[in-house]
Design a protein around this ligand. Sequence first.
Ligand code: DGY
Length: 333
Amino acid sequence: MAGKKKPLVVITRKLPDPVETRMRELFDARLNVEDRPMTQPELVAAVREADVLVPTITDTIDAALIAQAGENLKLIASFSNGVDKIDVGAAAKKGITVTNTPNVLTEDTADMTMALILAVPRRLAEGANVLPGERKWAGWSPTWMLGRRIWGKRLGIVGMGRIGTAVARRAKAFGLSIHYHNRHRVLQSLEDELEATYWESLDQMLARMDIISVNCPSTPATFHLLSGRRLALLQPTAYIVNTARGDLIDEDALTKLIQEGKIAGAGLDVYENEPALNQRLLKLAAKGKMVLLPHMGSATLEGRIDMGEKVIINIRTFFDGHRPPDRVLPLKV
Ligand code: DGY
């Protein structure tokens, strides 16, 4: 882009230093070094002025905001894998391209999913609190802190995309048998590798699994995919893990069913109204029925730098006149 005017790129949150430095070298980059989430009026001012907006999952880029975008705004290069907070259809209608950062979060998110699959049945959070806790540890006993065995259990993966597949590979190594529900059946070679069983019926799969892992994207079609009715199909000994998006599960129904002993427990990294938290979740966590993480499934330094590099490549490719590699198209309805 030598000789050309650098595009004004507004970045809504603090990014890792190496990413910000590179952005400053390449673009007229407006950083948010204090990392204070931008208010809606600040976002409006940003879209009116910027050539490129780099939002994250904490920004709502809805049709109302996009309608106020200035003529210069041609690219929303999201620093995220999920684009559920961006109205991609409204952007397309206004001639604005949207990109995301797929692939680079897969392994980190799968690691955290596996950590929750282990943590809830094996009571990891409760155990980790014993020694730093106020009461003195009385020592080992044959009947104390008993959890449930992982090896030999059935894992039902809802959404067998990149992350679901990466979870399945890990889970298989832990002796779980792999089951999945997906819009489309995966390739036979992948099913063979994972020794996976495909369930066309989500309801039927849910009723038979020991652990459920939710790994599909949040779209209008998947809102409350695990509704109260579907959650009620789970066995009382079953656990559920969600590292995808909070709104895939009806959180009220989940807490009620766990409280009533109709589901054994849950490991959650994402919430319906995050960062606001339903207080009943905290009560269940205090009782050892839930392990709650603050949306940190993909939070590794390496992952964030990789995301930043993807954002940069998307912006550069776009301004070089090519189609950016991670372009997101509007959902077909
Ligand atoms: C994303 O980028 O969609 C992730 O949820 C962030 O952790």
